[in-house]
Design a protein around this ligand. Structure first.
Ligand SMILES: Cc1cc2nc3c(=O)[nH]c(=O)nc-3n(C[C@H](O)[C@H](O)[C@H](O)COP(=O)(O)OP(=O)(O)OC[C@H]3O[C@@H](n4cnc5c(N)ncnc54)[C@H](O)[C@@H]3O)c2cc1C
Ligand SMILES: *[C@@H]1O[C@H](CO)[C@@H](O)[C@H](O)[C@H]1NC(C)=O
Ligand SMILES: *[C@@H]1O[C@H](CO)[C@@H](O)[C@H](O)[C@H]1NC(C)=O
Ligand SMILES: *[C@@H]1O[C@H](CO)[C@@H](O)[C@H](O)[C@H]1NC(C)=O
Ligand SMILES: *[C@@H]1O[C@H](CO)[C@@H](O)[C@H](O)[C@H]1NC(C)=O
Ligand SMILES: *[C@@H]1O[C@H](CO)[C@@H](O)[C@H](O)[C@H]1NC(C)=O
Ligand SMILES: *[C@@H]1O[C@H](CO)[C@@H](O)[C@H](O)[C@H]1NC(C)=O
Length: 547
């Protein structure tokens, strides 16, 4: 008995040892053969070796950290890539896509690195990063009012280059200048001109993409389905976006901005209630963002709620004051609250630089601040009542660190049909809410504490927001909404978050995904799954019976 047991145990030990050697051996030797594969695809004029960073390269850490925009994923325990490929040319992307499939490697695509859950540079399985920051060219054609912008460009660079060529043009995209084009445009992209011109994806007319077969496609060769998918469905499920062709929009040479804050003692509740009733119905040239947070009053640590209104008006201050006094008198806006400026300077104002700051800070790739952070989102369909607002203030004061950010919809957003792009949150929305918590300390306990706060406020807000589904904005990646466990391709798991992000458009995204990437090479924690086999058979049968 004892001998047998001994024998079984030692057999087991040998078995386990050989398993782990095998795993280790195969992963390091397959990373070697992956690198050899990359090198074998190198073109004489575009050597790929210059784009390869492995952990034994002295620049590896700085390359990895350069585009980490959430410090939650800058810790020693965060999984690191076995390789970073800082593509310098399209051929490097094609090589990465082909070799990764051949050697069964998970690829993460990173452009600006602003993914709130670090999905572009963290994984639970062995992986490498295809880093796009070198591919950042911007070509503006003022005459045709278009531009080609590469995925690795930042929004600040796009805005700066447009204004360099024309004072009468702009582009509707995000407020934070260091956000990358690759993730932002492929996932929707909103900013303070959304009520006038819609989202970034509503102003894209062509794209270049490397597909799962390593082919370089444009709108014509990829077809309208795939072109539809990469305008809001997220690029990372469908291919590697190299560039987008955008349609510039017209802006006046003078725009007006204001920032006005009111505490509860200054009637914030009445003013916020006024905002609820008009924010989505105002003149399309006017966008008023609302923040709710908590501040100290007096010296005894007493806390109160504060509402901050930040606006962009595509017109002069005189007109703005008249629009406000007619539509939103609760605010009592005066001309002296306003600043007239250029559209490009308004971009700086919105990201908290003082007016008059040199425009070229928009070219800086160093973020103004870096934090540990967690975000969640919601959609508001109906104005929140004064009683509702009182409840929300009470909760915010109790939680202290949470900020609620409301972004008004309506205008152009309500006119574009929900099926026009994968982004489904159109007519019927008063505003989107972002729940934001920032902190500046590492550690599991601290992290759990702050993440818990966002989950609590999300629970408290249930009565005030959309249901069935409780909608969410895809570019505000939130893994609490469900995860497609990496390496798997579960339609059932994917549907859970997919319906929240894409509502009825999820089904079309799944069909396109199944067609263009049936093996699910392009995947991550919240990518679009392929159809399960039994549904594929049904789909084919349906298609045949239609034909
Ligand atoms: C400080 C801050 C401010 C923000 N402000 C706004 C805002 O005003 N409006 C708004 O709409 N959103 C905003 N966001 C959210 C932002 O739009 C998304 O995080 C967006 O996905 C970031 O794009 P990125 O290229 O910087 O991110 P990345 O982390 O590089 O990528 C995000 C996702 O897109 C994929 N991806 C990236 N590049 C490519 C590519 N070339 N091809 C295919 N897939 C790709 C990645 O794999 C990942 O899944 C903000 C985020 C932050 C951190
Ligand atoms: C690191 O990688 C880069 C790019 O491939 C290369 O130019 C550099 O020589 C490498 N440095 C070291 C120390 O290996
Ligand atoms: C660095 O790592 C790569 C891949 O793991 C390997 O091919 C190379 O020989 C290593 N270089 C050094 C100097 O250790
Ligand atoms: C990220 O972590 C590294 C290693 O601990 C550290 O050197 C670096 O300063 C961190 N980055 C930021 C922005 O804190
Ligand atoms: C708040 O509203 C009341 C009643 O409308 C008004 O009398 C008071 O002046 C307002 N307070 C402030 C600070 O605006
Ligand atoms: C903004 O407007 C205020 C009020 O009109 C004015 O006092 C201030 O100087 C302006 N600031 C800038 C930077 O123009
Ligand atoms: C966070 O919430 C979970 C679940 O409610 C709880 O178990 C945990 O103790 C909380 N952690 C912290 C640090 O608050």
């Amino acid at each position: 008995m004892g001998v047998l047991r001994q024998a079984i145990l030692s057999l087991l030990a040998i078995f386990l040892l050989s398993m782990s050697w095998q795993a280790f051996g195969s992963s390091s030797s397959s990373s070697g053969s992956f690198i050899r594969c990359l090198l074998s695809h190198s073109q004489p004029c575009h050597p790929i070796s210059r784009a390869i960073y492995t952990p034994n390269n002295s620049s590896y850490s700085s390359v990895l950290q350069a585009y980490i925009r959430n410090l939650r994923f800058n810790t020693s325990t965060t999984n690191k890539p076995f390789l970073i490929l800082t593509a310098l040319h399209e051929s490097h992307i094609q090589a990465a896509v082909l070799c990764a499939q051949k050697h069964n490697m998970q690829m993460k695509i990173r452009s600006g690195g602003h993914d709130y859950e670090g999905v572009s540079y963290v994984s639970q399985v062995v992986f490498f990063i295809l880093d796009m920051f070198n591919l950042r060219s911007i070509h503006i054609d003022v005459g045709r009012e278009t531009a080609w912008v590469q995925a690795g460009a930042t929004l600040g660079e796009v805005y700066y280059r447009i204004a360099e060529k024309s004072k009468k043009h702009g582009f509707p995209a995000g407020v934070c200048p260091t956000v990358g084009v690759g993730g932002h445009f492929s996932g929707g992209g909103y900013g303070n001109m959304m009520r006038k011109y819609g989202l970034s994806v509503d102003n894209i007319v062509d794209a270049q993409l490397v597909d799962v077969n390593g082919r370089l496609l444009d709108r014509k060769s990829m077809g309208e389905d795939l072109f539809w998918a990469i305008r809001g469905g997220g690029g990372a499920s469908f291919g590697v976006v190299i560039s987008y062709k955008i349609k510039l929009v017209r802006v006046p040479e003078t725009v007006t901005v204001f920032r006005v804050a009111k505490t509860m003692e200054e009637n914030a509740t009445d003013i916020v209630h006024g905002w609820m009733n008009v924010a989505d119905k105002l003149d399309n040239n006017l966008f008023i963002r609302l923040f709710l947070d908590v501040v100290n009053i007096g010296t005894h640590g007493k806390k109160t709620g504060r509402a901050t209104f930040v606006a962009l008006f595509l017109g002069d201050s005189e007109k703005l004051v008249s629009v406000m006094s007619k539509s939103f008198p609760e605010m009592g806006l005066k001309k002296s609250d306003c600043n007239e400026t250029s559209w490009l300077q308004s971009v700086l104002f919105w990201t908290n630089f003082p007016l008059g700051t040199a425009n070229d800070v928009l070219l800086s790739r160093t973020p103004q601040t870096l934090n540990y952070l967690k975000r969640k989102s919601d959609y508001v369909k109906n104005p929140i009542s004064k009683d509702g607002l009182e409840v929300i203030w009470k909760r915010l004061i109790e939680l202290k660190a949470v900020i609620l950010k409301f972004y008004p919809y309506g205008g152009r957003m309500g006119e574009i049909p929900a099926e026009e792009t994968p982004f489904p949150h159109r007519a019927g929305n008063l505003a989107k809410i972002q729940y934001a918590v920032n902190w500046n300390e590492a550690g599991k306990e601290v992290t759990d504490y702050y993440i818990n706060l966002t989950r609590k406020v999300y629970r408290y807000m249930t009565p005030f927001v959309s249901k069935n589904p409780r909608e969410a904005y895809f570019n505000y990646k939130d893994l609490d909404l469900g995860i497609n466990h990496n390496g798997k391709n579960s339609y059932r798991e994917g549907r859970v978050y997919g319906i929240k992000y894409f509502k009825g458009n999820f089904n079309r995204l799944v069909k396109i995904k199944t067609k263009v990437d049936p093996g699910n090479f392009f995947r991550n924690e919240q990518s679009i799954p392929t159809l399960p086999i039994h549904k594929q058979i049904k789909l084919n049968w349906c298609l045949q019976s239609v034909v």
